[in-house]
Design a protein around this ligand. Sequence first.
Ligand SMILES: Cc1cc2nc3c(=O)[nH]c(=O)nc-3n(C[C@H](O)[C@H](O)[C@H](O)COP(=O)(O)OP(=O)(O)OC[C@H]3O[C@@H](n4cnc5c(N)ncnc54)[C@H](O)[C@@H]3O)c2cc1C
Length: 757
Amino acid sequence: MSFRKEKLTKPIYRWAKSALPAVSATERDAIDAGTVWIDGGIFTGTPDWQALVDMPPVRLRPEEQAFLDGPVTELCAMVDEWRVVWEDRDLPPEVWAFLRAKRFFGMVIPKRYGGLGFSNTAHSEVVRKISSSSVVAAVTVMVPNSLGPGELMLHWGTEAQKDFWLPRLADGREIPCFGLTSAEAGSDAAAMTDTGTVCLGEHEGREVLGIRLSFAKRYITLAPVATVLGLAFKLRDPENHLGRGVDLGITVALIPTKTLGVVQGARHIPQMTFFQNGPISGEDVFIPLDWVLGGEAQIGKGWTMLVTALAAGRAISLPSQSAASAALCARATGAYARIRTQFGVPIGLFEGIQQPLADIAGNVYQIDAARRLTLAALDAGHRPAVLSAIMKAHATYRMRESIERTMDIHGGKAIIDGPKNAVGLQYRSVPIGITVEGANILTRSLMIFGQGAIRAHPFMLEEMRALADEDRKRGLTAFDEAFWGHVAHSAKNLARTWLRGWTGGLVGPAPEGVSFVRHWRQLSRYSAAFALLADLALLTLGGALKRREMLSARLGDILSELYLLAATLKRFESEGRPEVDRPLVEFILQKGYNRMGLAFIGVLDNLPARWAAVLTRTVAFPFGVPVPAPSDELTREVASILMAPSSQRDRLTADIYLGEGKTDYALKDLEIALERVTAVEPIARRMREAKLRDPEAALAAGLITAGERERLAAAKAAVDTVVAVDAFPPEAFAGRERAAAFAEDPDPRDAEAEAAE
Ligand SMILES: Cc1cc2nc3c(=O)[nH]c(=O)nc-3n(C[C@H](O)[C@H](O)[C@H](O)COP(=O)(O)OP(=O)(O)OC[C@H]3O[C@@H](n4cnc5c(N)ncnc54)[C@H](O)[C@@H]3O)c2cc1C
């Protein structure tokens, strides 16, 4: 043992210590945040698929379901998204009042503080349903319930702070916002230039020890209307009042926005999606020390708070919104492809349309599968930081794909804005989802694999900790243990990868009694290959991998696909393996293998250590990296799922808002048209076969009855309603003054001519 340590480990320890990249304090906090779950197994090449399959599916409590069916549906009916963005540029006052009264802002706050005390699942379902009706309302509800004062207060607030703030946040007396981002500090949030200085100052007529703040935040959701600001800033104590040195680190304080010196009210316009968002700043704002979130004990812990909260929060807000958008796209586009005819046939019968339509069907199934699985993990107490990052990036990427495909299929119908457009507003909001809570490029390129490699890898963190230990003796002992554990693990994984690779995945483990055994085996095969490649990339590139973002991104893609595909298979099991879903699951798996194959090839082609690439190819992919793709036949079959009313289509798009309680609602019109068109299909077929297109002629020929003619007319009327787009009168584009002039004189040229005279 000591021979190994002295003669073998020591030189490696010395080399590794000198090669270890510097890890900043903020990076360390980010790496340490949250917990490791199934991602740990993927990194060892031995994921516990059985535990995944055995995990009970998420369920809502009766009161949560009642909230969804009651106030949430009522809210959806109250909001007219078109009016919000085109006319009011804000939610109407009665909607704000309703949100407060029904405690939408207190979903995550426990009941003892007056909140709703909802599970993560319920929180997600609420955001999902609202998102399907109004992005503006959804974002408004999302923010107080995610990374904001409420969430942070719950975990880190002092008892006094909780007792004061939580009831007020729960019932909406206080509207919170959270200010992290500033002009200098976007993705690199820790580079913020917002500062606080510990000093004596006056508060409520007394001289107290406090903090003088200077800050200028931007992009802050709800800032224009917020009554309380959660502010992240860098705290300094140049006069050492607190006896802890000068630089105290990133700190969070809760500041009532009416505090002297706080400037709010101006609004940004985020892609014409008019939720409240804007800058908030303050110069010489003095606050007492006990406004620091968590009190003095939490000074300097702001970054840890944020990354810890994000470890869970990123799995909820944006994935829920993405699931909603994907469902809306699936429902609307399937219907539109069926009822819109060109060249005499429904456009959904053209293969060119079927391909993007199948992508939409695959995405809606998969996003929701992964959302639910991750929620089950959250509700079971996990806070899987890496999986949350995967969810945030890949749910929003897939949402974007669905919406882009939706726009392409709808053509002009979805481009022309107005109340008749069921999907255009969702399209506009896509870049917001991509950018917030960790912009996707950064998340994909740096965080998913970067954090996973250290956190979810079975030995990496221990090795890094051992190398960073200032006590060299203790460090060497810990390193010796971790390093040889790593070597043994790698050797075992090499054998495992070889066996699974050379048998084409036939001997990879699969859970007991599942369907799609061969797919589970394939995922085991890919997981082993990924674990091998990840180890080799880390071994040969070390800290340089951080700069090789293209490699890191592809490795992250493989990890992400493995999670998303396992979630897909798990959903199929949880839902009782419906036969009708088989083609859909097959389609998703084929697409996933395709993406994974390309990612493997990308890494193998570009890995600087060519021996490592050759080794991986030889062991894991002796017959070449497979890059399969769904067949055309499978694609056609999957596309057809969305084009006719069915319980399967309802299940795939369950719990989105379909216009209950509204008379004019674009999605409702689509549904009516789809139902009528599919119901008259046998009549239409009879006429086609008789080569008669005109219902009157068919009636005269005795081919159809008068009742059938009526049904055909009703179907046509419903289709006409859907195919119509909005056109606005000129006065709709006039400014307020010109609109008044229009009211008096419909032709302003007369008035202008008069004025000129
Ligand atoms: C509508 C909206 C609402 C928001 N709400 C809030 C809020 O309530 N509170 C709050 O504090 N902030 C909020 N934000 C800020 C949001 O979190 C930031 O926009 C985000 O962090 C990205 O910063 P940035 O926009 O300055 O982009 P930048 O940081 O300038 O990034 C530009 C591009 O570079 C990429 N990039 C950056 N670094 C790297 C890297 N190392 N490797 C690869 N790519 C990289 C990014 O992915 C991005 O694509 C909001 C933003 C928007 C647009």
